[in-house]
Design a protein around this ligand. Sequence first.
Ligand code: FAD
Length: 407
Amino acid sequence: MNTDTIKVDVIIVGASLAASAAAKRLVDAGLNAVALERKALPRHKVCSGILSPRGHRFLIENFGPLPREILHEPTSCRGVTFHFPSMISLPMDFHGGPTPHLNRMNADYWAIMRSGVTVHDRTTFVGLEDSGKDVMVIVLRDGKPVMYKARYVIGADGPKSPVTRCIYPDYQKGIPWFMVGQKMHAVIECPLDDDYFHFWFHPNLGHYTWCHARNGLQIVGVGFPVGSKTLSKAHMNAVEYLEKKHGVKLMDAEIQEGSSHNFGPSLINRYIFGKGNVLITGQSAGFFNMLAEGMSCALHSGAIAGEAVVEAIQRNKPVQDIYRSLVISETQRCTDQWNPLKIIFNNPHEADFKAEFKRLSGKDQQKVVLDIWRFLKIYAPFKWGRQILSQSLIRLLTGKYSSDRWL
Ligand SMILES: Cc1cc2nc3c(=O)[nH]c(=O)nc-3n(C[C@H](O)[C@H](O)[C@H](O)COP(=O)(O)OP(=O)(O)OC[C@H]3O[C@@H](n4cnc5c(N)ncnc54)[C@H](O)[C@@H]3O)c2cc1C
């Protein structure tokens, strides 16, 4: 065993987008931080790579102009098109114009390098012990244990978050999990507009069904609660539907990838922010916007976690109190995206659904409302599906958003 302990101000677990944003705040404040990443960098990341306008602004403001090599082809996305079973399609442009189509392998590496943080890759976090004064972190590198000692730890380690498991061993058993998978196909014929990310509100297809162009291939993706169906059947069903209803003709898939995700906490307002000197941020904290958009909230919540540590050190105050008070704006923004009442009465998204809806004839508006109602009913068999509406009503009546006091 290597007995030398590496001493730093802050350990960040993960070297993705939430980690890069946290790192930027820490490095800018002159703190000595190290990001630990289990994979060799640059690493592959399953993601459509469609960045929201807010995420785009964050990258430019914090890391500078985006180089061409961090983008896929097509290099940008104009917006999202919603498709309904009644065959009405609603293309909605992002506010402020097209946004980048990120190649996550190169983009994440670019962001973490631009943050200026020291990165130790091929280094897997396995455990921690928080004494209240500092945190001992144990990792495996080349199969051997290595110890770090830090004043604070930021868990930016994604959906399955080993850091969260350490401090709340039962948390992940109590949240909804989604299986998400995508396959990439060579295209015979595809009438769908390449400039948009396409999303289907169809009860027979599943909870998430999407399609978009990338590097000459067409991605078809499906998502559903873990255990409710199989990836291959759900995918085949989506491909057949696209061919029958939209004339999309694809070759057999060349590449396929999938994994389970914690896409539930922001749906039901059940985030997790950490304990003692350990903060949780990004997707591990439960941040996930509607339409599978997780990059902008990972960036913003990550920056807030970094900011909270800087404040805690400079003002000698408990980091958890600072983090919880700063992160509420992101929590509110993210939770509102799923709130049916906010969607009807406000405009929580970065593309204007209401404006496009208003352009439809009265008859088509009725069809869309009916289609959405039928789609939402597929959430009813799940306890958390019913929680969405009750949570929305509670928030509307009390104005209260989640801290993790419900734990
Ligand atoms: C199929 C699919 C499509 C998506 N499409 C989009 C999209 O178009 N737009 C969008 O905005 N979002 C999309 N998302 C969501 C988005 O990818 C995530 O929300 C976002 O990457 C979360 O960022 P993060 O930094 O919190 O965590 P992650 O990006 O998950 O990063 C966590 C990092 O921690 C590392 N790590 C994990 N465990 C350890 C450990 N023990 N030790 C050290 N390191 C560890 C991981 O290797 C990883 O690098 C998609 C997700 C999926 C699954």
